[in-house]
Design a protein. Structure first.
Lengths: 254, 239
């Protein structure tokens, strides 16, 4: 009883969890990063060399999840390791916890952060370039990291204080619904950007050619979306578009 | 140190550090195409090139994400090399980079996304050696040193990215006389290519956004924006 972790040790674990992917490899996946994150706490909790070695061994198994939501798992592991060190829980409890949460949290993090928040903020920032110029980058970084960093810290705290009870708390946040809204925002911002670019394309011409090029460029964008849905490589389309414009320009058509 | 030497060093350091941010530490979107390209553009004294190259690659790679253990195309490498190449080409030509230069930079650097993904996969396999050292260290009871193996695995990513980004400045300088010797019609064609390349990237972004009814939403917004812009332009053009 009385075993605890100092705020400094907890902060070090959180800080090191930001390096979770540094040692990503095809065998242990993020296990190097996980051991690196937990190391300050395991060293503090287990002064006995044999117990310390056993604690490190518990976390050598392959581990893989989304790097942001991993903060919740790191926090939850510390919750369990504290209980193990106090003799309140068996060592297997922490392995069960990892196995239980790793995949669902990976899916949650991938769906929300990688496939919703990042595209939405990226597309919105690009759409703001005509209005803000280089300042659109500041909007990008502030908007994205406001969500990202707050989420990482709060997930770490939640894992540390709740352990498995974190799961119903996360469910109540209805993250997939927020993800869906952000994906709609990404589509709208990308559509707006496509339109701006089409008009920019036409604005090089004068007279009747200007609206004709705007419409042709927009139609080309729609055609590209169609071809992408038919699994045509975006790289192929990029080079075809480049070749087309160069040929038209070289032929004096535009 | 010469101006070119400083440019190589700056681009290499920026590219290397962003490779660490993207892969190993934080993942705070600094290495996404728009911030990465604008950053190197600002450092090399050509923010506009960074912005114009970065926005195309941002849209082009909008839906890219490493899921599970599978990597997406590397979005940072083409962005930083593209902006560095455009800025260096502009400086070497003695003028600001033009849409023709941006197109050239995009077309030359886009395949580095695929190269970067393949190198990432190779380095993942190489990083198994650090896991082996961790296991050995834990078995030997040297747990304090064991965890540090994590940090050793990230430096090859730094080196690879720094090499390519520094190299882009060199290539930009070498391309200046070639670009100046191009026929005017070809340069005009390259200039026209820029908005069309960006349109392809925007279409790729719409396709990748995965939102329910994404095509309908994108089409409506595109139409509204086009009508608003054309209305404004129409007053100017046909008055």
């Amino acid at each position: 009883m009385g075993v605890t972790l100092s705020p400094w040790t907890l902060w070090r674990c959180f800080w090191r969890s930001l390096f979770l992917q540094a040692g990503f490899n095809t065998e242990g996946l993020q296990s190097l990063g996980l051991v690196f994150s937990l190391s300050p706490a395991l060293l503090a909790l287990y002064p006995d060399p044999a117990q310390r070695q056993a604690a490190f061994r518990r976390h050598l198994a392959p581990f893989n999840t989304h790097p942001y939501v991993a903060a919740a798992i790191v926090g939850g592991i510390l919750f369990h390791e504290l209980r193990i060190a106090r003799g309140e829980a068996p060592p297997e409890s922490v392995e069960r916890f990892k196995a239980l949460l790793m995949a669902p949290l990976a899916a949650l993090g991938d769906g929300f952060f990688w496939l919703s928040l990042r595209p939405a903020v990226g597309a919105l920032s690009v759409a703001l370039v005509p209005l803000l110029g280089g300042w659109a980058v500041a909007v990008y970084l502030v908007l994205y990291n406001l969500v990202h960093l707050v989420a990482r810290w709060r997930l770490f705290r939640a894992g540390l204080s709740m352990g498995e009870a974190l799961v119903p708390r996360l469910k109540s946040l209805n993250v997939p619904r927020w993800g869906q809204r952000l994906r709609v925002l990404a589509a709208a911002a990308a559509g707006g950007s496509a339109s701006w670019l089409a008009v920019k394309f036409g604005s090089h011409a004068r007279g009747w050619l200007e609206p004709a090029l705007d419409v042709a460029s927009l139609a080309f964008g729609v055609f590209v979306v169609f071809l992408l849905s038919r699994k045509v490589s975006p790289y192929v389309l990029l080079y075809v578009a480049g070749a087309l414009a160069i040929a038209l320009g070289a032929a004096g058509v535009v | 140190m010469t101006e070119v030497g400083a440019g190589i060093l700056i681009s290499a350091l920026w590219g290397g550090l962003l490779a660490l941010e993207r892969r190993a530490f934080l993942q705070a979107a600094l290495s996404r195409p728009l911030p990465a390209a604008v950053g190197v553009g600002a450092l090399l004294g050509d923010v506009t090139s960074g912005l114009m190259v970065g926005l195309v690659f941002e849209l082009f790679h909008l839906g890219g994400a490493s899921l599970g253990g599978a990597h997406a195309d590397h979005e940072t490498l083409p962005s930083v090399t593209g902006a560095s190449l455009a800025a260096a080409l502009g400086h070497a030509s003695g003028s600001d980079a033009t849409p023709a230069v941006w197109s050239l930079a995009i077309l030359l650097c886009a395949p580095l996304g695929i190269v970067g993904r393949r190198v990432d996969t190779r380095l993942d396999a190489r990083a198994r050696r650090y896991l082996g050292r961790l296991v050995d260290a834990v078995d030997a009871g040297a747990v304090e040193q064991a965890a540090r193996q994590n940090l050793r695995a990230m430096w090859p990513h730094f080196a690879f990215s720094a090499l390519l980004c520094g190299g882009a400045v060199v290539v930009g300088g070498l391309l200046a006389p070639v670009q100046q010797a191009l026929p005017v019609s070809l340069v005009r064609g390259l200039a026209w290519a820029y908005p069309l390349l960006a349109t392809v990237a925007a279409a790729a972004a719409v396709h990748a956004s995965q939102g329910e009814g994404r095509l309908r939403i994108a089409a409506v917004v595109a139409l509204v924006v086009a009508l608003a812009l054309l209305g404004a332009l129409g007053v100017r053009t046909w008055a």
